[in-house]
Write a protein that binds this ligand. Structure first.
Ligand code: ATP
Ligand code: MG
Length: 623
């Protein structure tokens, strides 16, 4: 059966919410969970199918680091692909907006937030979309009209090809929003898309709420910060083509996005999101630990940043993120380190603080399985990152202070030193410099960075040995740790274990192997302990070139299914206690350490399924 056939497109089919048993839900909504339930029920009753939130880290889109809006995972359907659940979809989507990191500290912008979303994929259009938004806001949430205002797309010199969106304004007016509360703004404020150079685009119409203590002015002026945007209907009316023409779209879509945090806040008669139920317990915990008060103006921004960055980090790790020096991993690292620096500003350091504060996050968001199921791993990753950074933070801050006395600008070399030796992300150095009214030479910093990458590459080719504890050295240690891990798995789980894949970057190793169930915590611990034991025993690593046949005969491990040349390199980790005289022997191109003691401490941070019958372990090494 055609899934879409059940859905009629005329407005008559949409049951007015009164007919539905939503009365109970209309009791005052005060919490995040109540809002989400009311929203989804309302749209379900309006024939929307509810879909789950997508991962924060987009699976099939390497062009972006994070999911920034509910619309994001639905792009293929907005472009015309048929959604298996039909033309009316709604959900609550986890979002990360790195572009808002600098706004964090105010009352309404977060790095991580939840977005209410409903979509018409070529189904209902302006009239019904606006009516549903209006009903949800004014009837379900009972937002009084006196505090409600609207913006629509007006004329814009940069966009003369399309007309002013009088249509939407008229619909709002027809529903009872006074004319003075409907304003027309230009492209910057009320236009969306296209995402690239061509494709769907169109006007949007935004809803605002008056948070001021005094009566809302008759006339809506968005410059007044007491008006807070709570929702936005994007109306994909046009398609822009390669010639730059805007044609009416064949499939007209609607995309509504509404902020959960902002909406709950206003429903509680508050102005500050951090006083609503998805933030307050975290803030209270920070107050408790620091003995400082959130109500004191001087602590507010610091506490907000700490709470925000920790929450975002927990959610990113729950979706598979790992701190690293590039991509989403770098954003995560930045968030955690900035949280640590801000904790220090409150006089807090070095006590597994982030995990303590995070307990509140697990409690608030107990409806997210990914937090529940990955709690242990999340905590482990956080504590490692916190421990490592805390070690160098004090020294780093001292160095920063010395550097900042040199002049008006922090040189690229010094900024790079802070990054390389003390793990200060450049954005953090810039922020700290700004507090001292100093600039950072970012251009030179980039140059230093590139120079370093080149050096590392040369070093890893064995052409030049740099004295730095650089990436290539870390990789080398992880290579040898992988061999120890491979053998430890065989010893603990059974000889039938074979490597199915391996991937190493300077941050971690990833090892796939055949095994058909989850490892118990005990097994993971045993494997980890055995690897660490072999590291402590300071075993020599021998390298030789030999024939494939001879290597296999001597018991060398080869990657399952891999093709090898006749003459291969074999790395052997010698061990007199073993009958064969070695702990591990593997065909491998290296590079490897000369002695296992160079590896440092080995830690497994994740054990998960990779595919059917294949498990995956992620592990790191530490100094
Ligand atoms: P603003 O102009 O306030 O930054 P926006 O135009 O970026 O908002 P949209 O992209 O339209 O917002 O997102 C839809 C809704 O999501 C907004 O109406 C708002 O309620 C919420 N929202 C957007 N960004 C954030 C954020 N950083 N933190 C919390 N909520 C947000
Ligand atoms: Mg914004």
């Amino acid at each position: 059966m055609n899934q879409n056939s059940k859905i009629k497109t005329t407005s008559k089919r949409i049951k007015p919410f009164k007919e539905l048993k939503l009365l109970k839900l209309m009791a005052q909504i005060k919490t995040r969970k109540e809002l989400i339930e009311a929203y989804l029920k309302f749209f379900e009753s309006n024939n929307h199918k509810i879909i789950p939130s997508s991962s924060l880290i987009p699976a099939n889109d390497p062009t972006v680091l994070f999911t920034t809006a509910g619309m994001h995972p639905l792009v293929p359907y907005l472009l015309g692909q048929k959604h298996p659940l039909g033309k009316r979809i709604a959900n609550v989507q986890k979002c990360i907006r790195t572009t808002d990191i600098d706004e964090v500290g105010d009352e309404v912008h977060h790095t991580f937030f939840e977005m209410l979303g409903n979509w018409s994929l070529g189904d209902y259009w302006k009239k019904e979309a606006i009516k549903m938004t209006f009903d949800f806001h004014t009837k379900i949430l009972k937002i009084p009209l006196e505090k409600y205002a609207i913006s629509c797309f007006g004329k814009d010199e940069k966009l003369t090809e399309v007309k002013k969106d009088e249509e939407s304004a008229k619909i709002w007016e027809g529903l009872g929003v006074p004319k003075e509360r409907i304003i027309f703004l230009g492209k910057k404020d009320n236009w969306w898309g296209p995402a690239g150079n061509t494709g769907p685009c169109g006007p949007d119409t935004e809803q605002f709420y008056w948070t001021g203590e005094e009566k809302a002015p008759k006339e809506f002026n968005p410059e007044n910060k007491n008006w807070v945007e709570i929702g936005n209907d994007v109306l994909m009316q046009y398609v822009k083509n390669e010639n730059g023409d805007y044609n009416e779209a064949k499939q007209k879509n609607v995309d509504f996005g509404g902020g959960v945090e902002r909406t709950v806040t206003i429903l509680n008669g508050l102005k500050d999101n951090y006083l609503a139920d998805m933030w307050k317990p975290i803030i209270t915990e920070i107050e408790k630990l620091s003995g400082k008060k959130y109500s004191e103006e001087k602590n507010k921004k610091t506490m907000r940043i700490i709470a925000d960055h920790i929450k975002a980090s927990v959610f990113i790790i729950a979706d598979g993120g790992m701190p690293s020096n590039s991509g989403s991993g770098y954003v995560l690292r930045r968030l955690l380190r900035r949280a640590i620096v801000n904790l220090k500003k409150l006089g807090l350091e070095n006590k597994n603080l982030i995990n303590q504060i995070s307990q509140k996050i697990y409690e608030i968001y107990d409806d997210y399985d990914e937090l529940k199921n990955n709690k242990k791993e999340i905590e482990k990753i956080i504590s490692i990152e916190e421990e490592n950074f805390s070690k160098t933070l004090e020294k780093g801050l001292n160095t920063f202070n010395k550097i900042s006395k040199k002049g008006k600008e922090i040189s690229g070399k010094d900024a790079f030193l802070l990054f390389q030796s003390y793990g200060f992300p450049i954005e953090m150095t810039e922020e700290m410099a700004k507090e001292k009214k100093l600039k950072v030479n970012k251009k030179d910093y980039e140059k230093e960075f590139q120079k370093h990458i080149k050096l590392s590459k040369t070093a890893s080719k064995g052409l030049f040995k740099s004295g730095l504890a650089d990436n290539s050295e870390k990789t080398t240690r992880l290579h040898t740790a992988t061999h120890l891990l491979n053998e430890a798995l065989r010893k603990i789980l059974g000889e039938e274990i074979k490597q199915k894949g391996s991937n190493i970057n300077p941050e971690r190793l990833r090892f796939d192997f055949n095994f058909d169930r989850k490892l118990t915590n005990e097994e993971v611990k045993k494997v980890e302990d055995l690897v660490n034991k072999k590291i402590k025993e300071s075993l020599e690593v021998k390298v030789e070139e030999t024939s494939l046949e001879k290597a296999i005969k001597e018991g060398a491990q080869a990657e399952f299914g891999a093709k090898y040349p006749e003459i291969i390199t074999v790395y052997t980790i010698l061990d007199k206690k073993e009958k064969k005289g070695f702990f591990s022997k593997e065909i491998c191109t290296g590079p490897h350490v000369k002695n296992t003691k160079e590896i440092g401490k080995f830690k497994i941070i994740k054990e998960e399924s990779s595919s059917a019958g294949v498990r995956r372990i992620k592990a790191i090494v530490q100094d």
